[in-house]
Design a binder for this molecule. Structure first.
Ligand code: SF4
Length: 352
């Protein structure tokens, strides 16, 4: 198990549920726009937000963002260690540095000492797209090169007393990302920030990210993650929540099991599932606690009764009708017209 670090009260590692993060795509120099986006992603379920620090001129606005942000703020630093120092002084809860493009190691040591003094978190974020040249020469563009680069910076930061560290090893190649993270996790207890980089548009990027992030999380690797998409950050958060939901992490949200439909389906199953999903969203948005772990909405008698019985509440469809189950027992056979209203009312009655 990894060790636990804290970003302004958010626990990362040590078996805590994976923490969702994203990155603002606003101009960091525009505090108002950035704060509006931070509030929007927070509403969507984001827990940590990162902002680019491309030049020193954005630091005053960044300081204002740190003061007002409802989420822990991480500064994303490339090339210039002085920007990392400036971000720490501006009040960042953490910084991300890229070993591949910060050449001045004395400057990096200065950053490490200041982060240690302030007790701030540092992410050592290695990317295949900006790999340290000597690591690339020695290992090629491989998992070993990503891990080697990260380990060298970890040693440097730890040597200066900086212990609040996490690491990321990212590539756009799915297999390479899996390999690098597995390799690092096999020999380190530092928390891992996982994800694919440059995953692309939501249609393909979500799928690739879900495979990469989902595989690692299912193996117990990964403590925080970002679904990087060429899309607004709110879409990244929606994707992240879907991944956690599929893995059974989203405890407050029941899993909805529904069959794919086939030639046996004799009720409007798609409308039923959509209505049940919408009801779950409404109940959660009202702050209600849903006491169901699993809701089943099934098309026919082949798998319907089994799944519906196994769920906390479920429907096994039939020809123009459906049998409703609750806690494994049949409750009522309803004609299709009364099936949905009866089922939704049953759900509402059990939610506080
Ligand atoms: Fe088809 Fe029935 Fe299976 Fe649904 S449960 S896919 S309707 S066989």
């Amino acid at each position: 198990m990894t060790r636990v670090i804290h970003l302004r009260g958010v626990a990362i590692g040590g078996g805590n549920p994976p923490v969702i993060q994203s990155m603002c795509n606003t101009d960091t120099g525009d505090a108002e726009a950035s704060l509006a986006q931070i509030r929007s992603v927070q509403e969507a379920g984001c827990q940590i937000i990162r902002l680019a620090i491309p030049r020193a001129e954005v630091l005053p606005a960044f300081a204002e963002i740190c003061r007002q942000s409802p989420l822990p703020v991480v500064a994303d630093i490339h090339f210039d260690w002085r920007l990392a120092l400036g971000a720490l002084e501006a009040g960042a809860d953490g910084i991300r540095v890229n070993p591949g493009n910060i050449r001045d190691l004395d400057g990096v040591r200065t950053v490490a000492r200041r982060a240690a003094e302030l007790g701030k978190v540092v992410r050592i974020g290695v990317n295949l797209g900006s790999l340290e040249p000597d690591c690339e020469r020695r290992f090629g563009r491989t998992a070993e090169a990503l891990v080697g680069s990260a380990e060298r910076f970890v040693e440097l930061f730890q040597g200066e007393g900086c212990q609040e560290l996490k690491v990321s090893l990212k590539a756009s190649d799915l297999r390479l990302t899996l390999e690098a993270n597995r390799l690092f996790a096999s020999s380190s207890d530092l928390p891992l920030h996982i994800g694919l980089t440059e995953a692309g548009l939501p249609e393909t990027g979500f799928l690739k990210s879900a495979i990469a992030i989902g595989s690692l999380l299912a193996e117990g690797i990964g403590d925080t993650f970002r679904v990087s998409l060429t899309a607004p950050p709110e879409e990244e958060i929606a994707a992240a929540r879907k991944i956690l939901e599929a893995l059974g992490y989203d405890k407050g949200r029941p899993q909805i099991v529904s069959c794919p439909t086939c030639g046996r389906t004799s009720i409007d199953l798609l409308s039923l599932v959509r209505a049940v999903q919408a009801e779950v969203d409404i109940l959660l948005s009202q702050g209600k606690k849903i006491p169901f772990r699993k809701i089943a909405v099934m098309g026919c008698e082949v798998n319907g009764p089994g799944e519906a019985r196994d769920a906390d509440i479920g429907i096994a469809g039939g020809k123009g009708k459906g049998l409703i189950f609750r806690h494994g027992e049949p409750v009522k056979m309803c004609q299709e017209a009364e099936l949905l209203p009866f089922f939704l009312q049953l759900m509402r009655d059990e939610c506080q």
